[in-house]
Design a protein around this ligand. Structure first.
Ligand SMILES: Cc1cc2nc3c(=O)[nH]c(=O)nc-3n(C[C@H](O)[C@H](O)[C@H](O)COP(=O)(O)O)c2cc1C
Length: 214
């Protein structure tokens, strides 16, 4: 019981201490192994039919970060943060259904029957979906993974800033992003040199309706 309470308090501390950080210590380099651990934890995020449309491009090479700087409208965090993670959404993501559900069956989490049902959803649903609906799913799941990534990073003592302020067309050209990937956002990740500034929120009253939107 007490352990559970402690864990919950840790979680709330992480939530309260995450702020968008725009000044990073350029001397801090997060290892590939630690970046992979952060990504691994982040991928525990939920996704539509567990089809996990997120793909990541990790940019931690200093020269490449320099090339990204003008594309991200000269936001200095791009070069000073240890890495910039481009969160992308694969518009053909549901083609991984067979692989994902087979893994679930192998792990004993799903029966063959349920796998068949899920594959029928993939084949009859996702394959025939219009582009706008597919994009919506990819962006919703992309937002969930991005949030989870930022919280995992904070829990590990690192800081982040999500970034939509970049020229996606130029980014795609520079990093040769195939056409079937959607740009979700960039996330700069590193160790703060200056804390993020506090921000306000609308009150729950201002953003919540109960039982009816009237
Ligand atoms: C999708 C998205 C795009 C954002 N783009 C940028 C950006 O390009 N540059 C930046 O400095 N902050 C960016 N932000 C950070 C927001 O300004 C920040 O989250 C907001 O002011 C609340 O502050 P907090 O994150 O510290 O709580 C972005 C946030 C989101 C969710």
């Amino acid at each position: 019981m007490s352990t559970q309470v402690e864990q919950q308090q840790d979680f709330f501390k992480v939530v309260h201490e995450r702020h968008s950080v725009r000044y990073y210590d350029p001397a801090v380099k997060i290892s590939k192994q630690e970046l992979e651990e952060i990504l691994q934890e982040a991928t525990l995020a939920p996704s539509s039919s567990n089809l996990q449309p997120w793909r990541f491009l990790v940019i931690d090479d200093q020269d490449l970060k320099g090339k990204l700087l003008p594309i991200a409208y000269n936001q200095q965090q791009v070069v000073d943060a240890s890495a910039v993670i481009a969160v992308l959404g694969d518009m053909n993501w549901y083609q991984e259904g067979e692989k994902i559900y087979s893994k679930s069956v192998e792990a004993g989490y799903m029966s063959e029957d349920v796998k068949k049902q899920m594959m029928s959803t993939v084949e009859n649903g996702y394959h025939h979906m219009d582009e706008a609906r597919k994009k919506k799913i990819v962006h919703i799941d992309g937002g969930l993974i991005s949030m989870q990534l930022m919280l995992v990073a904070r829990a590990k003592g690192y800081d982040t800033v999500p970034m939509g302020g970049y020229d996606a067309a130029k980014f795609n050209e520079m990093f040769q992003i195939p056409a079937h990937y959607e740009n979700i956002m960039l996330i700069a990740l590193g160790k703060a040199a200056k804390p993020g500034h506090p921000t306000v929120r609308l009150s729950v009253d201002e953003v919540t309706h109960w039982n009816s939107m009237k």
